[in-house]
Design a protein around this ligand. Structure first.
Ligand code: ADP
Length: 312
């Protein structure tokens, strides 16, 4: 009975949202929040109505990455009004309630779950509706995941055929080294167990976009005739110092039959959405809360980001 009421409340709060997507990672520091926030920025830049809910209660970085740190949410009679990063992008995070960016949250599971439930039931998402609600979760498979997934499934699972929010599934972020993927496999098994749809695996920071990639190498013969030797030179650089271009040369085995994230996705029969190279401009965009694909549209990381967005 209590559960039914809770589910009904969540369902009502999310009723004008089309698609709810969870962003998960096995480990911290692999770029989960980066992917979540830049997906949000990219979708919003394409004209979609996007909301981001940060339930990474102990390490909330979404406000900063979406350029809203220092802002506060207001509570009205109907609930919490999210903060708007731009007219298409609204954000709800515990960091808005804490005030101080450096404040530590030391809470036990039940209190965190209580807050997540409150976020899900009491946030007044845009009246005009949202096309996407992206939920940034803590790393690993904790209490918070189990309850978030249970709340959402309980509230939204019986939605088939009805209008209103649908739980689209999970985007799984990983780096390609074995220690990160070990934990992602657990996370994928968690999805199998909880019957949470996996929209796909994103491989992050696998390659490094070196500045040499931006150079053109020309050779000139005795008649002054120029030939472009860029491909040859870059191949040589790759061969002589592969670690410069492939951060995790041993783990990053393509094609999908290998041991890298693409192979792992294939084994779990979930889509491999692509890989985002290490790019200092991406890091800078996140620190400054900016939309990366708008500021650096020609970068390889932007191409990947756009391709990932096309697939979700
Ligand atoms: P997580 O949410 O998994 O803990 P974050 O998204 O906070 O990880 O990322 C950790 C750090 O790595 C951040 O400073 C972020 O800007 C940086 N980062 C993530 N992905 C990339 C990338 N592809 N290129 C450069 N820096 C990145």
């Amino acid at each position: 009975q209590m559960k039914d009421l809770e589910h009904e409340n969540i369902r009502n709060a999310l009723s004008n949202i089309q698609n709810v997507i969870l962003v998960l990672s096995g480990k911290g520091g692999v770029g989960k929040s980066t992917v979540c926030c830049q997906l949000a920025h990219t979708l919003a830049a394409r004209g979609y109505g996007v909301g981001v809910l940060d339930v990474d209660i102990c390490g909330p970085s979404v406000a900063r990455m979406l350029g809203c740190s220092g802002r506060t949410v207001h509570k009205s009679g109907s609930g919490w009004m999210p903060v708007y990063a731009n007219p298409n992008l609204s954000v709800m995070s515990i960091s808005f309630l804490l005030g101080d960016d450096d404040a530590a949250v030391v809470w036990r599971g039940p209190r965190k779950n209580g807050l997540i439930k409150q976020f899900l039931t009491e946030t007044c998402w845009d009246e005009e509706g949202l096309d996407y609600l992206l939920i940034d979760t803590p790393p690993g498979t904790s209490d918070e995941h189990i309850s978030t997934v249970q709340y959402l499934q309980g509230a939204l699972a019986s939605r088939d055929g009805e209008t209103g929010a649908k739980l689209g599934g999970a985007v799984m972020v990983t780096t390609p080294e074995e220690v990160a993927m070990m934990d992602v496999r657990k996370e994928l098994n968690f999805c199998v167990k909880t019957k949470l749809n996996v929209l796909g695996v994103v491989e992050n920071m696998s390659r490094f976009q070196t500045p040499v990639n931006k150079l053109t190498f020309l050779s000139r013969d005795e008649n002054g005739q120029e030939t472009d030797k860029t491909d040859v030179v870059l191949e040589t650089i790759k061969e002589k110092c592969p670690e410069l271009l492939d951060m995790f040369a041993t783990a990053n085995v393509f094609p999908p039959s290998g041991n890298g994230p693409a192979g792992m996705a294939a084994k779990f029969q979930v889509p491999y959405l692509g890989s985002i190279p290490l790019d200092t401009n991406l890091l800078k965009s996140c620190d400054e809360g900016k939309c990366f694909v708008q500021h650096f549209p020609k970068s390889a990381a932007s191409t990947s980001m756009n391709r990932i967005v096309d697939q979700i």
